[in-house]
Each structure stands twice: as C-alpha cells, then as structure tokens.
Design a protein around this ligand. Structure first.
Ligand code: GLU
Length: 445
C-alpha cells in the first residue's frame, strides 16, 4: 500500500470531505507497515474496499415546529462496514452534521467496534437538526419524522443505531416508539434505551466510566494512579458527566469543564451536587456552561476560554472532533500535562497528536478510550437477544474487562522498540487486523 497514492485519489474524489480524509489518513499512516507485511491484504484490495462505505442513505425530514411552521432537515445513515457484525454506531443531531462528519465517524466506528471484541460492524447517522432551544414536543416530532424514513433500513440484526452528540435517552425513546409502531415489533433495534423497556444498566455511564478505566490502565502501566490528579474535561454532556463522575469517585479532582461559551474553573473539584447539575445543564437544551459558576460560588467562569487553558495533569476532551488543536496541545504541555485521553471521536487534531507524541507524554485515541460506550451497547444487544437483563455489577464488570482487553491490545500492537506505547498505532492496527481478516475470509462482496 502506498498511503500517499490512496490519499491523493481520495482527495480528488471527496475534495470537500475534510474530516473523512483526516480520519482515513490517520488510520492508513499507522497501519501501513503492518499492512505491507501481508501481501494477501494488498491482493484483495482491502484498503480500497475499507475506505468506501457499503452504502449511504440520505433522506428529507420534514416536521412542524411549535409555531406551526414547517421545517426541513436532512437525515443520513452511513452503513460503513459489516465484516464482523451488524452495522452499529450512533446518531448525531447537530447543525454541523454533513456527510464528511458522518463518514469519518462511521470509519472510526469500524475499528472501535472491532476493538471491543464484540461482533459489531461500523455505521453512523444523524441529521443537521439543531436541538438547541427546541421544546420537548419539537424534539419528539423531529425524532418521529426522522424514524419514519430510517426504519426500513435498520433492524436488530442489520443496523443498530444509538445516541451520539444531541441524541440521548429522551431522543432514543421517541425514535424507538416510532420504530416499534411502524415495524410492529419490540426488539433491540436501538441501544441506549430506557431501563424499563430493554435498556442496559450502566449504558448511560459507560462511555465516561470506560474512558476513566482506560486512563487508569494507562497510568498503572507507568506505576501511577488517577487518585489526587487534576483532570480537565471539555464538554458537559452525558460523556463528560460519566468521565467526571468516575474520575471523582476514584479520587481525582475534576478542575475544569467547558461548553461552547467558555470554561468553568473548578479548583475544589466535583461533588454529587455539581455532577447532578451537569446533567441538568445538558437537559436544558441551551448548550451553555456559564450557569454552573452562578450556582457554585467556588467555581469561576472564563468566557471564550477552553478547558485546555487550565493547568492539569490529565486532559480528557469529551466534546467534538478537532476540539484540541496544536496550539492547545502546546499550552497543555507548557503547563505540565502528562496524559491526554481523547474521549470525543477524533477530538485532537493531527498537530496536537504529533505534539503529544513528540513530547512522549501518554496519549490515547478516542476509538480506544471511548469504546466502553458502544461496548455496553453491544452488551445491551446481547441482553435484548436473550430477553434478560443483567445487574449493574455484572455489566460494569464486563465493561471493566473489555476496557482492560482494549488496553492490552493497544500495548501489544503499539509498543515501540524504546518502550513508548503508541496507543494510536496500537488501536488502529488491532482493530484493522480483525476487520481485514474477516473481509478476506468473506470474499469479494
Ligand atoms: N456514539 C457512540 C460512539 O461514538 C456510541 C455508539 C453506539 O453505542 O452504538 O461510539
């Protein structure tokens, strides 16, 4: 494989899809040497086939807002790769959503899902619908209109969507209700469901909890522990909340959370009341973090600033792609940060990753760190298929085991001759080997 040749071709073909191109480039660069040791992959044109989604659905979503005005949005589902299981991946509702973003997310999802060791392929979907400022009734009508189109293309053994940015338990409820009405079946077609109708305990916490379990493994390998460390987190959604909750439980000080409006500096760390308030802020649909400082006088709000301006030991980006830039990385490094665990998908720009790796600090990519979310979705699918539900302890134990195995795979495939663990390479190679082998065994399809 010649990465630059493949990238040149893709850059011409998908000139406007910069996030997709970024995600593909990152994977190809890190797997190139392993790939080239396997002529059978090259012969089967695995890379050429892997970078193209199996199929993409695009559809119109029309709905009526509270003023009686008709609104039109675009809906998508990218079914990327089903070599190791049904398509699996979240739905994102955000005004920035376009095909490039969903293709990058779907591509990442293939490797992430492979890393979980569960049988799940990769997919992603969503809409440019903006939930900000929408009423509950508007959210419901939008979700119903979205599912009216999507339902024919998904199914419990075909494609199983879940949440992502802008899609949480409430949205999954409305989406599921409509699916059930149309398909006339109550199956595990979506994950992240409510606890009384097929959801799995620990799923709401799983992405953030799993991320902190992963960080603990990284730290333990270095003879360190998260206890007593200062952690900066971006975002205040479900994932940031899970990470902040588990980090606090394990004795870390979560000294920063942030939103699009600025950062909260929280020198005394989190407590139960503050953690509960993070959830309240998220469900207000307002996308601002400033009210946190009004409610808790020991916290300070810095408008327009990012979490990365706060001095910390461990940085955990939990919001969007490319939210931590080369400049942010330089600021963190200058402030002595020695670990960055990406929790958002592709949260760090290539410049930021290069800076962290050059400084030889601990860095792990989203597809490994945040895989606990989709892994627990996989556990939800298993419980649905078996028509049973496991206790919280059982699910948490399995989540622990999965995160530990993902960490082991990263170390196995990513340890450099000088002992430095390149988690990015480790995650990409481990995920790729599994998917490529499955593709090879299934022939040209
Ligand atoms: N959106 C989440 C992710 O990026 C969860 C996907 C799922 O549970 O299917 O992995």
């Amino acid at each position: 494989m010649d990465t630059s040749e493949i990238m040149t071709r893709l850059r011409v073909k998908y000139a406007n899809e910069k996030e997709y191109l970024q995600a593909v480039q990152e994977v190809l660069e890190t797997i190139e040497d392993v790939y080239n040791r396997h002529p059978e992959f090259e012969e089967a044109r695995i890379i050429e086939r892997l970078v193209e989604p199996d199929r993409i659905f695009t559809f119109k979503v029309t709905w009526v807002d509270d003023n009686g005005d008709i609104q039109t949005n675009t809906g998508y589902r990218v079914q990327f790769n089903s070599a190791i299981g049904p398509y699996k991946g979240g739905l994102r509702f955000h005004p920035s959503v376009n095909l490039s973003i969903l293709k990058f997310l779907g591509f990442e999802q293939i490797f992430k899902n492979a890393l979980t060791t569960l049988p799940m392929g990769g997919g992603k979907g969503g809409s440019d619908f903006n939930p900000k400022g929408k009423s509950d009734a508007e959210i419901m009508r939008f979700c119903q209109a979205f599912m009216l189109e999507l339902w024919r293309n998904i199914g419990p053994d075909t494609d199983v969507p879940a949440g992502d940015v802008g899609v949480g338990g409430r949205e999954i409820g409305y989406l599921f209700g409509m699916y059930k009405k149309l398909a006339r079946e109550h199956t595990g077609v979506l994950t992240g469901k409510g606890m009384t109708w097929g959801g799995s305990l620990i799923r709401p916490e799983a992405t953030g909890f799993g991320a902190v379990y992963f960080v603990q493994h990284m730290l333990h390998l270095q003879g360190k522990d998260i206890k007593g460390r200062n952690v900066a987190i971006s975002g205040f959604g479900n994932v940031a909340w899970g990470a902040a909750t588990k980090a606090t439980q394990l004795g870390a000080h979560v000294i920063a959370i942030s939103g699009p409006d600025g950062v909260i500096y929280n020198p005394e760390g989190m407590n139960d009341e503050k953690l509960a308030y993070m959830l309240e802020l998220r469900s207000s649909n307002n996308d601002v973090v400033a009210p946190f400082a009004e409610k808790f006088p020991d916290a300070v709000f810095y408008p327009g600033k990012k979490a990365w301006s706060i001095k910390c030991d461990i940085a955990m980006p939990c919001a969007y792609q490319n939210e931590l830039t080369g400049e942010d990385a330089a600021e963190l490094l200058a402030n002595g940060t020695w670990c960055c665990a990406e929790v958002s998908n592709m949260g760090c720009t290539p410049e930021a990753i290069a800076a962290f790796q050059k400084a030889r600090i601990l860095f792990a990519p989203g597809k490994a760190v945040n895989a606990g979310g989709v892994a627990t979705s996989g556990l939800e699918m298993t419980q649905n298929a078996m028509h049973i539900s496991w206790s919280a302890e059982e699910v948490d134990r399995k989540l622990h085991e999965i995160m530990s195995n993902i960490h082991k795979s990263c170390v196995q495939y990513g340890t450099q001759p000088d002992g430095y663990v390149n988690y990015l390479k480790g995650a990409n190679v481990a995920g790729f080997m599994k998917v490529a082998t499955a593709m090879l065994e299934q022939g040209v399809i």
